[in-house]
Design a protein around this ligand. Structure first.
Ligand code: HMG
Ligand code: MG
Length: 305
């Protein structure tokens, strides 16, 4: 039953990260033809944005070492799908394929910058600056992530102003959107409200924010609700709840796209995604990965792929 809540956005963009955030953390290497099929099925299910892979160092994330082959196979469909690039080398690889959307990924904390990027906190910005400048000069759209927005497994709680500083610095480089990453899934609703308010107070339009929740403590949907009440209209999610970050202890699956779709549908918020097609896709993918989806909605509705 659809029961809208007054004051919430009427439409939301779901930014699908299953093929990237999901598959980067899988122990099993997924064949490139299965990844291609996964991306195509996600697009066919109506997802407007599908982040497909990462042009990172292949020994850092061997699961995505086939990035160039995947994007070549996707051909014209792949050109508008975002890919992660950490540096100019990654950007060159994306440019060679004519891709039009890249995402850089910074850290709000010193420790995670070193663990994930092999750079100090300040050095990460020095790495991103020429990368973003060249991407923009080439006509690309650049998204920026900031990780460890709510807590860091090595440094503990992360102060709001520290996240705001990192996020504003990435946006000032020219990123069109800032995705606030709860990398280890420790956020709770009041913290989300406070962080969005702190960014808005710092002059960041709420329309430039996206929220990226991992569901480690089962809080992701409650956090989405807080984001909706604060006016955020882009949510990252991963089909079937796949995901994590190989360089963050205790990072588990992302918010499952199906769980997000269920919530949005119930609230009468437009999202454009076919839940049936999505559940079938995640059930099919779970078959390839050899384990069931952790998504409650996939478990409730899934029956074969
Ligand atoms: P490094 O070892 O310091 O690299 O790694 P370097 O700059 O010293 O270069 C060393 C060699 O690597 C050179 O080759 C480079 O060309 C090559 P050589 O001259 O020795 O032959 N190289 C590359 N090759 C291919 N592609 C590249 C590339 N860059 C350098 N892009 C680096 C630094 C940033 C590359 C490395 O640390 C890295 O790849 N890190 C990525 C880690 C990662 O992907 N983490 C997961 C994504 S982040 C995430 O999941 C969080 C998020 O979901 C949000 C959230 O949840 O919070 C986004
Ligand atoms: Mg993530």
């Amino acid at each position: 039953m659809v029961v809208p809540e007054p004051g919430l956005p009427t439409a939301v963009t779901i930014y699908e990260v299953g093929a990237r955030d999901g598959l980067q953390n899988e122990k099993a290497l997924v064949p490139v033809e299965v990844k291609e099929q996964f991306v195509r099925r996600l697009l066919a299910a109506g997802l407007p944005v599908v982040e497909a892979t990462s042009f990172v160092h292949p020994t850092w994330v061997p699961q995505l070492a086939d990035a160039a082959e995947l994007m070549s196979r996707l051909g014209a469909d792949g050109v508008d799908l975002p890919v992660l690039v950490p540096n100019e080398r990654g950007l060159d690889r994306a440019l060679e394929l004519g891709l039009r959307h890249v995402a850089i990924f910074g850290s709000a904390t010193e420790t995670f910058a070193r663990k994930n990027l092999n750079r100090s906190y300040d050095e990460q910005f020095a790495m991103f600056e020429p990368t973003v400048a060249r991407a923009l000069a080439s006509g690309m759209d650049v998204r920026a992530y900031v990780s460890m927005c709510f807590g860091d497994p090595w440094e503990g709680a992360v102060p709001l102003d520290q996240v705001v500083r990192a996020g504003v610095r990435l946006l000032e480089m020219g990123a069109s959107q800032l995705s606030l990453g709860d990398t280890i899934g420790v956020a709770t609703a009041g913290h989300v409200t406070a962080l969005v308010a702190a960014l808005v107070d710092a002059g960041v339009g709420v329309d430039r924010l996206a929220l990226h929740f991992h569901d480690t403590y089962g809080q992701a949907l409650s956090n989405v609700q807080a984001g909706l009440r604060a006016g955020v209209t882009t949510y990252d999610a991963s089909a079937g709840g796949l995901g994590g970050c190989p360089y963050a202890e205790s990072a588990t699956g992302n918010l499952a796209t199906e769980d997000l779709v269920w919530l949005l549908t119930g609230l009468g918020i437009d999202h454009g995604v076919s839940l049936d097609a999505l559940v079938a896709t995640s059930t099919w993918m779970a078959g390839h990965l050899g384990r069931p989806s952790p998504s409650a909605v996939v478990r409730a509705l899934g029956h074969g792929g």
